[in-house]
Design a protein around this ligand. Structure first.
Ligand code: FAD
Ligand code: UDP
Length: 375
């Protein structure tokens, strides 16, 4: 049986690796970009010598032992721990919202044991028993003033939607802490691949039975693929069906690159900008992801703008509205009718997946869906 994997992000790369290394079967990976690795890819900027995450900051974090052990076969990780700051009204605060954020914002000096009562009091000012959207969820957790300062403007910029139209799940990734813990993630394992994501993907795909065809769009070669092939498709699900039930909405990000002739721009990897008036969402400074590497004279920043994805843009974030989820259900029904095509990954399932989720789903998909077909 011929096997084709469409897309070489984490989902595609991991499933190709399993098919080659575990099943011992040749597999062709078709990738439309000039590089493997999907949105997680990184490479060294020739002008500064700094490793840049070309599609925005990617921090590897997981509590899944299987995923961690799998990844450690291909790379070591540094000890980077992600911390984010946010600028609001020209003041800088800790994000996610923690004891320090709350004390600085309200000009208080509450202790850890006092702050929960204080925030519960702020949240109770609006009686929201069953939060049904992002705004209600946030206000019920932190109260309106913190929501208006740190969540509302950023969320409108990120999604270009009223937060009352968005699912509360979008902010479930953001914890609220009553202590000084300022780590963005709470997972057991965290770090950046020591030699970057580009090298990591080259390592995962480095197998005699894997052949990678770059600069090749699946839709341009679809007709030349033998009809009895097994296809693992990680492109956009609506495009696969020629948008017959309508287009799913995506958000994309664009980046303005600046090289600075001094060693440090903002002293941290990511600075968020909470106010709606500032047009960008955040600034990434990549050198801080590798404190273990020798320092450089210059630094490079990417300023991120969020916008609706149009035809030529890379789709980044699925937009979780009722309309989109209804359309998705129709595509999923069509997908279930195809015996030789398996859909997966962020674009194929229209789900926001972190890297560890994409890897975990690929490992599970290999065992539960691919292996039985190979017998
Ligand atoms: P992708 O990486 O998108 O790969 C899909 C691949 O398919 C792409 O290479 C694409 O070119 C290819 N493709 C699509 N259509 C075709 C076609 N027709 N023909 C051929 N090839 C095709 N996760 C974290 O864990 N930590 C983070 O810090 C983090 N930060 C993120 C920041 C941003 C801005 C974004 C957008 C995502 C972030 N993520 C992060 C999520 C991470 O990017 C995803 O988990 C990961 O990319 C999922 O891998 P994937 O294989 O599903 O999809
Ligand atoms: N968010 C916010 N303010 C911030 C950071 C995040 O309101 O300073 C909200 C916003 O709606 C965002 C969501 O929380 O889309 C998830 O944020 P995260 O940083 O996890 O998103 P990502 O890094 O994937 O863009």
């Amino acid at each position: 049986m011929n096997i084709y994997v469409i897309g070489s992000g984490f989902f595609g790369a991991v499933i190709a690796e399993r098919i080659a290394a575990d099943a011992g079967i040749p597999v062709t990976v078709i990738e439309k970009r000039h590089h493997v690795g999907g949105n997680s890819w990184s490479e060294i900027c020739p002008d500064t010598g700094i490793e840049c995450h070309k599609y925005g900051s990617h921090i590897f974090h997981t509590s899944d032992e299987q995923v961690w052990n799998y990844m450690c076969r291909f790379t070591g990780f540094n000890n980077y721990r992600h911390k984010v700051l946010t600028t609001y009204n020209e003041n800088v605060y800790t994000m996610p919202i923690n004891l320090t954020t709350i004390n600085s914002f309200y000009g208080l000096s509450l202790t850890s044991s006092e702050v929960s009562t204080f925030i519960a009091g702020e949240a109770a000012k609006e009686k929201i028993d069953k939060p049904e959207n992002l705004e209600e969820k946030a206000v019920s957790l932190i109260g309106r003033p913190l929501y208006e300062a740190f969540i509302k403007g950023y969320t409108i910029k990120q999604w270009d939607k009223d937060p009352r139209e968005l699912s509360s799940g979008i902010i479930s990734r953001l914890p609220v802490r009553n202590d000084d813990n300022d780590r963005y993630f709470s997972d057991k394992y965290e770090g950046i691949p020591l030699d970057g994501y580009g090298k990591l993907f080259a390592e995962i795909l480095n197998h005699d039975l894997i052949s990678v065809k770059l600069n090749t769009d699946f839709f341009a070669v679809r007709d030349s693929i033998p009809p009895d092939s097994l296809i693992l498709y990680t492109g956009a699900i609506d495009q696969f069906f020629d948008y017959c039930h309508g287009k799913l909405e995506w958000r994309t990000s664009t980046f303005e690159t600046d090289i600075h002739d001094f060693p440090d721009y903002q002293g941290t990897t990511v600075m968020n900008y909470a106010s709606h008036e500032i047009p960008y969402t955040r600034i990434h400074e990549f050198k801080h992801y590798h404190p273990e590497r020798p320092s450089t004279d210059k630094t490079i920043t990417y300023t991120e703008y969020s916008k609706k994805s149009k035809d030529k843009d890379e789709p980044y974030y699925p937009v979780a509205t009722e309309r989109n989820l209804m359309i998705l259900e129709k595509y999923k029904k069509d997908a279930a009718k195809l015996n030789n095509v398996i859909f997966g990954g962020r674009l194929g399932s229209y789900k926001y997946l972190d890297m560890d989720d994409a890897i975990s789903e690929a490992l599970k998909c290999y065992e539960s869906r691919v292996v039985p077909l190979l017998k």
